[in-house]
Design a protein around this ligand. Sequence first.
Ligand SMILES: [Zn+2]
Ligand SMILES: [Zn+2]
Length: 334
Amino acid sequence: MNTAFSWIRPEPWGVHVVPADVWIDPGRAVDRALITHGHADHARGGHGATIATPETLAIMELRYNTRKGATPVQYGETIRLPGGVDATFVPAGHVLGSAQILLEHAGERVVITGDYKRRADPTCALFEVTPCDIFITEATFGLPVFSHPPIEDEMAKLLTALHAHPDGCVLVGAYALGKAQRVIAELRAAGHSQPIFLHGAMEKMCRLYQDHGVDLGELRLVSDHDNETMRGQIVIAPPSALNDRWSRRLPSPVTAMASGWMRVRGRARQRGVELPLVISDHADWNELTQTIEDVNPQEVWVTHGREEALLRWCELGQRRARALALVGREDEDE
Ligand SMILES: [Zn+2]
Ligand SMILES: [Zn+2]
């Protein structure tokens, strides 16, 4: 009889750490939650106690107004939970404050990645490989067809379009948490020093990033300026604003969108995107498989949709793998 790892139990709405009675990224309110990062498919309000990095707690406070029962844990710090379970938060490289959670109990190690990527991102700490027995990985882009281009190439496309339309603006759709700030920081890294204009829905999260030391340069609100000021400039807005009334006031915008899904032509067409930018905060196929090799776990548990190809890949490599049917994991962040 094998009782190994019976202390960690995947349920449809979260992963339950039984001896500690804590949940990882639970989809409903619980007494005690450990949260990997601030996206809505992982973080929600209403928990009795919330344990997360200080940045994730700040994001949750901004989005859900939750402050009650917040316990900050720094990267690399280990906290002792009830029932003899140790939890350590390790950088996941996904968005500001994002963490993998390493759980240790009775000599066994489980890592829950939350969402992650391996590439350098000026807005958050780089993913760290953490050896473990069970590796619970996302698979948002878990098909070999997904291979994200270098971000420098996508920035070059964006700046080329900007310079080709000096009388208009380039309107970039990007999610308000993570993608928007990364696009801005990468534009700065590419030498774009002009002010960047924001839709009002972006303002608070950008300020939160700046308060945590991420340099985004000069940001201005679209609503504070007239049309003329935005000619030859970059405007960032949530994807939902790309084709709505709000965008009609902009001076002849070229519509762009920053998302890993822009690899799929139909998705760009659906949204009326003229300039698709393939920019993702998730691991692509090569990053997913490389990471499993680097971490080298006995067993892989896969979440977030497209699991089949990754399960097959594990099988071919003589690695045990299973899909977790977690509900409500969506691409809010992509
Ligand atoms: Zn996420
Ligand atoms: Zn997610």
